[in-house]
Design a binder for this molecule. Structure first.
Ligand code: GN1
Ligand code: MG
Length: 382
């Protein structure tokens, strides 16, 4: 969308945050399945303007509270370490009246600084690149270690509660409002067949075998900023779902997209394969950052994180298709079904490579000299 086509309302909203005289143009950015995102071009610096999807985030102020608290905490830690906080965390731009959210015609908007010279990717281009992504995901955890989970709102309750999501999935199948169940029998069976292990992570959280941490919860590749020139990791963006959770989901979600050689909605399922060298590179970057904080019980369940999050996302896409595409934005009629099939193929690939993945994780733990205690415990059995 160029300036001439720019809807009047969009400019009006931008003006609530930025000087209208200086706005060069506003362009839509095609990214993410939930919020609508625009780039506001200004003379020296660009800004991100986002319309918050309040169907998904029904407590937008709670969400902004979380983002503010977390970015402030990270900023302080970065300053203390002598790093540049402007490129290593998100910076919220408040409105003329000093508010984080502007409500315009009943729609909710927010603004953030665009980090100059940064780039995101939909597909990984090299091992080095994915190593950097691993470092960014690990560093996020490291920086937030010690941040109290109770400070944060539960923005989307039961977000990575896979057994809960399975219960909701069963309800949707029973209702079959869109008469789509018969078309998806095979996919539904695939999910049923794996439901027994959906609680592997949540039950460990409940029993305190693994800790609740402040986690990102949406560590897909396109949410990691890399420096355009150096390729080095800058930071994680899209902090909408930052809340208490398990590090295992963050580890797994990043691998889910990054270690697959096809994009998430690739329809040629032959192309949906995982690259073990990429799994290793990411794991190295990630584990090198979390060495001081990771529990042995978490290390031994890293594979489960990868496996379960991929099942969960497959189930969520299928759920949305069965419900009539109410949640994820779609660009074609069967987009959610295609995404679900793609993720199901990915789960099959993960299962096929289970031994190899577990062996790789163990190898990296050893190479990084993880403490003896990690090896006396029950590490993933290859
Ligand atoms: C959604 O909005 P986006 O694209 O960052 C979703 C994630 C899914 C992801 C799948 C709030 O993320 O949970 O993993 O799509 N976000 C929400 O690509 O549901
Ligand atoms: Mg998101």
């Amino acid at each position: 969308m160029d300036n001439k086509e720019m809807p009047h309302d969009l400019r009006k909203v931008a003006e609530e945050f930025l000087n209208s005289q200086k706005i060069v143009e506003i362009k839509e950015i095609e990214s993410g399945h939930i919020n609508k995102t625009y780039l506001v071009v200004m003379p020296e610096c660009n800004y991100i303007l986002q319309e918050i999807n309040t169907h998904v985030f029904n407590s937008p102020f709670g969400m902004m509270h979380n983002i503010k608290e977390v970015t402030e905490y990270i900023r302080k830690k970065l300053i203390y370490e002598g790093k540049d906080p402007n490129r290593a965390t998100l910076n919220i731009v408040t409105s003329r009246l000093g508010q984080d959210i502007v409500i315009y015609k009943n729609r909710y908007w927010r603004c953030m600084q665009y980090i100059n010279g940064s780039k995101t990717y939909e597909i990984i281009e090299s091992k080095e690149m994915f190593y950097e992504v691993g470092k960014a995901v690990g560093e996020f955890q490291f920086l937030l270690n010690g941040f109290h989970t109770r400070i944060l709102d539960d923005t989307i309750r039961h977000f990575h509660d896979t057994p809960y999501r399975y219960e909701k999935f069963l309800d949707i199948i029973k209702l079959d409002r869109c008469d789509r169940v018969k078309e998806c029998q095979e996919e539904i069976e695939f999910i049923h067949a794996r439901s027994a292990f959906f609680s592997r992570i949540t039950s460990k959280l409940e029993k305190k075998i693994i800790p609740y941490r402040v986690t990102h919860n949406d560590t897909k590749l396109s949410n990691v900023l890399l420096d355009e020139k150096t390729g080095k990791a800058l930071c994680l963006i899209d902090l909408d779902t930052v809340m208490k959770g398990s590090i295992l989901y963050d580890y797994g979600d990043a691998l889910r997209i990054g270690a697959s050689i096809a994009v998430e909605d690739e329809v040629d399922l032959e192309k949906v394969k995982i690259d073990l060298e990429l799994v290793e590179a990411f794991t190295k970057g990630f584990l090198s950052e979390v060495k001081e904080i990771l529990w042995p019980s978490e290390a031994e369940a890293l594979y489960d994180g990868y496996h379960i999050i991929t099942c969960e996302i497959a189930m969520r896409f299928l759920h949305d298709y069965l419900e009539g595409d109410l949640y994820f934005r779609i660009n074609r009629k069967k987009h959610n079904l295609e995404r679900a099939r793609n993720q199901i193929k990915l789960v099959q690939e993960i299962e096929k490579n289970e031994k190899e993945i577990k062996a790789l994780i163990n190898k990296v733990l050893k190479e990084l000299n993880y403490d003896e205690k990690f090896f006396s415990s029950n590490l993933p059995k290859a």
